[in-house]
Design a protein around this ligand. Structure first.
Ligand SMILES: [Zn+2]
Length: 223
């Protein structure tokens, strides 16, 4: 969510002439035709990895998101009465990211990066825009920054494959990790109505459970 005033492609005093901000915004192509959803998602991933590289944190598993608040152009606050997970406000002095203090830490970390992407895109996409694609692109930036493809695939290859363990390693919520694993094709997408493929062993255990249905006392007749 964003609360803001004007947008200015040439930059704004509140950006503090930040080199990091310029480097990340330069990854956005300068052209008048709109980006396709796929292009927007790819750029978000490129910006996320550039963000880590600029900070020298390519190999860090749990990105310390508190460093966002230490950047010269933005302050991060925690608010107990926020109607949304996060909110971005452009002021004359600089940007403010407000996080919902009642959210779990993993969620707050995700919201920090999500709002940072709104901030990055401000010269190109009005920061007051919250259509589904804009939100999806900001979520993708956050997911890529917190769970980089390269690190996660390496962990997976090293047999660290328990989503709960991975969520802890990267400091994200379990649901954010589950989505990212599906996105990277490491876990098959589960569709409603999917039937599990049972191994011979699992089938035997199931048959055993079914046989024991007759061992239990008869269920009470419905009144
Ligand atoms: Zn948003």
């Amino acid at each position: 969510m964003t609360a803001g005033t004007n947008t200015n492609p040439g930059g704004h005093a509140r950006d503090h002439g930040s080199r990091l901000l310029t480097a990340l915004r330069e990854l956005m192509p300068r052209r008048t035709t709109p980006l396709s959803p796929d292009e927007s998602l790819q750029i978000a991933e490129r910006q996320a990895s550039r963000f880590r590289r600029e900070l020298g944190l390519q190999q860090t598993l749990a990105l310390p998101t508190s460093l966002v608040g230490a950047l010269p152009f933005v302050r991060v606050t925690h608010e107990p009465l926020l109607p949304t997970p996060g909110l971005l406000l452009g002021t004359d002095h600089g940007w403010v990211i407000a996080l919902n203090a009642t959210d779990i830490r993993g969620r707050q970390r995700f919201s920090t990066l999500h709002e940072l992407k709104h901030l990055l895109d401000d010269p190109f996409v009005a920061s007051t825009r919250h259509d589904p694609l804009t939100e999806r692109v900001c979520n993708h930036f956050a997911a890529c920054a917190l769970m980089p493809r390269m690190l996660l695939k390496r962990d997976w290859g090293n047999r660290i494959q328990d989503p709960a363990v991975l969520a802890k390693r990267y400091g994200v919520s379990l649901s954010a990790m589950a989505i990212r694993l599906r996105e990277l094709g490491l876990v098959a997408p589960q569709r409603r109505g999917d039937r599990p493929n049972l191994s011979a062993d699992e089938l035997r255990r199931l048959a055993h459970r079914l046989e024991r249905v007759w061992d239990s006392p008869e269920p009470a007749a419905a009144p």
